[in-house]
Design a protein around this ligand. Structure first.
Ligand code: ADE
Length: 344
């Protein structure tokens, strides 16, 4: 019978060309180490698939670590509300929470995850839309492995799972279902020409929302028109710019707008106003997320359980809930931004 030789800390030290003490310091995160040295050690850890023995786990089990949430920015309500849920649950569980921002830069994300590993965070929760490609899958798998080796857990929140039984825990929401429901709401009100505002091909959140929109059109036997799918980022400025450009082409060839989130809807409403178009008398509009400014605008939208997402992410990370994908429900909140079309 052949036995697999266990990779030891000595193997890692040899591969990285440093002392065992240095490897130990990098893994423990309890002593300053040059970034270049730390990177060499972490590369060797990954290449050898080194998993520290019970020592690392015992260290992290000895005291509760912080729960870290990593987001693009805290100035977008979507992220801020999920962070709020994380903070509340972490506090309930007697943990501190750390909020880290990447500005959407994968390089910054990587260094944050490394730092959190060294700081012995108990869990790292990564939030938000991503382009799911091979590079992304590889990066997330490496994060999950390297965090697990330090006794920490990775949770993907509002991001697609890696693969069946992959190393990361996942909590998501029914993105496509919400988009289907809100598009069906417009269709039931008689709208047939519905502009989708905020297409971002390849981005997980955008792809699911567009898929829901197209599904609803198909279910109502309304042909999808690519000319009604307008590209744009998930921001107020992008919504304003994209709709202004569209309206400058001439009178709208659509009666309703599905904005990919409430911020885009807010920008679009400003563009409509500047073109003398009133909501909902001249144009119907719906959003997604149910964050301010949806209430103030009287915007019909899809409610996202932001705090529940954050709370569930923490519970999963601490092993309080079932492991495996957890998809939370979404529902429409009907306000005053959709006008039923009179069918003549
Ligand atoms: N709503 C859902 N995903 C979002 C994102 N990535 N940015 C802003 N708002 C969002």
């Amino acid at each position: 019978m052949s036995t697999v030789k266990r990779v030891t800390i000595r193997d890692v030290a040899g591969r990285a060309g440093v002392s065992v003490a240095t490897v130990s310091r990098v893994l423990a995160g309890d002593y300053p180490v040059l970034a270049a040295t730390r990177n060499r050690v972490m590369r060797a850890v990954r290449e050898l698939d080194y998993v520290p023995n019970a020592h690392a786990r015992a260290l992290s089990a000895a005291r509760p670590g912080a729960i870290a949430i990593v987001v693009n920015t805290v100035s977008v309500p979507y992220y801020a509300y999920i962070a709020q849920g994380v903070e509340e649950q972490a506090a309930r569980e007697g943990r501190l929470s750390l909020i880290c921002t990447t500005g959407g830069d994968p390089g910054r994300e990587l260094s944050i995850v490394q730092l959190l590993r060294e700081q012995r965070a108990e869990a790292v929760i990564l939030v938000g839309s991503v382009v799911v490609d091979e590079e992304y899958r590889k990066r997330m798998t490496e994060y999950a492995r390297s965090l697990a080796a330090a006794g920490s857990r990775l949770v993907l929140c509002g991001r697609p799972p890696l693969e069946e039984g992959g190393p990361a825990l996942v909590v998501g929401f029914d993105n496509a279902g919400g988009a289907r429901a809100v598009t069906a709401h417009l269709l039931s009100a008689g709208h047939r020409r519905i502009l989708y505002l905020g297409l971002r091909p390849g981005h997980s959140t955008s792809d699911s929302r567009v898929a829901g929109y197209r599904d609803a059109l198909a279910a109502h036997r309304v042909p999808a028109d690519p000319a009604l799918e307008v590209e744009g980022e998930f921001s107020r400025e992008a919504g304003y710019a994209a709709l202004t450009a569209r309206l400058s082409l001439g009178p709208p060839d659509f009666t309703a707008i599905f904005a990919c989130n409430d911020l885009v809807a807010a920008g679009a409403i400003q563009a409509l106003r500047e073109h003398g178009l009133r909501v909902p008398d001249d144009m119907s509009i719906v959003g997604y997320d149910d964050v301010p400014p949806a209430v103030d605008l009287g915007l019909t939208t899809v409610h996202l359980p932001h705090d529940e997402l954050g709370r569930t992410a923490v519970r999963l990370a601490l092993g309080r809930d079932v492991t495996g994908p957890t998809i939370l429900g979404t529902h429409i909140v009907v306000r005053d931004s959709v006008r039923p079309l009179v069918v003549r």
